[in-house]
Write a protein that binds this ligand. Sequence first.
Ligand code: IPE
Ligand code: IPE
Ligand code: MG
Length: 256
Amino acid sequence: MSELIQQLELGRLPQHVAIIMDGNGRWARQRGLSRLRGHQQGAESVRVIVRTAREIGIRYLTLYAFSEENWQRPRSEVQALMSLLKHYLRQELPEMQENGIAFQVIGNISQLPLGVQKEIAATMAATAANQQMTLTLALSYGGRSEIVQAAQSALKDLESGSLTIAELTPERFSTYLYTDSYPDPDLLIRTSGEFRLSNFLLWQLAYTELYFTETLWPDFRQSAFLQALLSYQQRDRRFGLTQEQIEAQTVSASRY
Ligand code: IPE
Ligand code: IPE
Ligand code: MG
């Protein structure tokens, strides 16, 4: 582990890492355990990854915990996930405070059980002034719904006259999204060997580096996370430019 940390260039870490935490069910099935046990082990991985991200200096960590589509799972699993979430928030608040972590949520929160909504509001309020890292859980989240909701808000502003059609640029449009105040993710990780986005951050991932691993989420711990960060640091991000242009930019930036 420490060997991996030494290979990381701490000055070139992704500012924002987003993770699709997948594979809890398969992890449990392989062991003949209930899916709930898989989710519990998954919550342990969340603790480890949040702690590691904070320690090495990642500024934004966004975790896909429950999708809009996940409401269609068996009622007992949905209830177990909601109760696990409440438990997680209660248990982690002291550590968030100690480590300067601001807690946020994106998604259609009004669909969550009231008890969970209250716990979320309390955690957000208590951690609002924390500055070291923003931890965001995507809950009852869907990328297409987020974009439609942004379009609806923009249309309202258009109707009221506070926005004109010409003013609606991509930059302006992103201010209507849940992620208004965040930089776009630099790195997206998906565990458990699936190569899809499952309706996650569709707008925000336009230029994000993608990293897929076979590791199931309950097994995704510190060294797996560091491997993903190392892989990110080996990428050339060009944003549509040529490699020569990027190198020229780096040279001129290093002059100042
Ligand atoms: C991810 O694990 C957790 C949630 C989607 C809530 P899964 O529960 O999807 O695990 P698999 O994909 O069935 O293995
Ligand atoms: C995506 O995982 C959602 C979360 C990780 C919360 P799913 O397991 O729900 O995705 P699909 O169904 O395999 O696409
Ligand atoms: Mg899954």
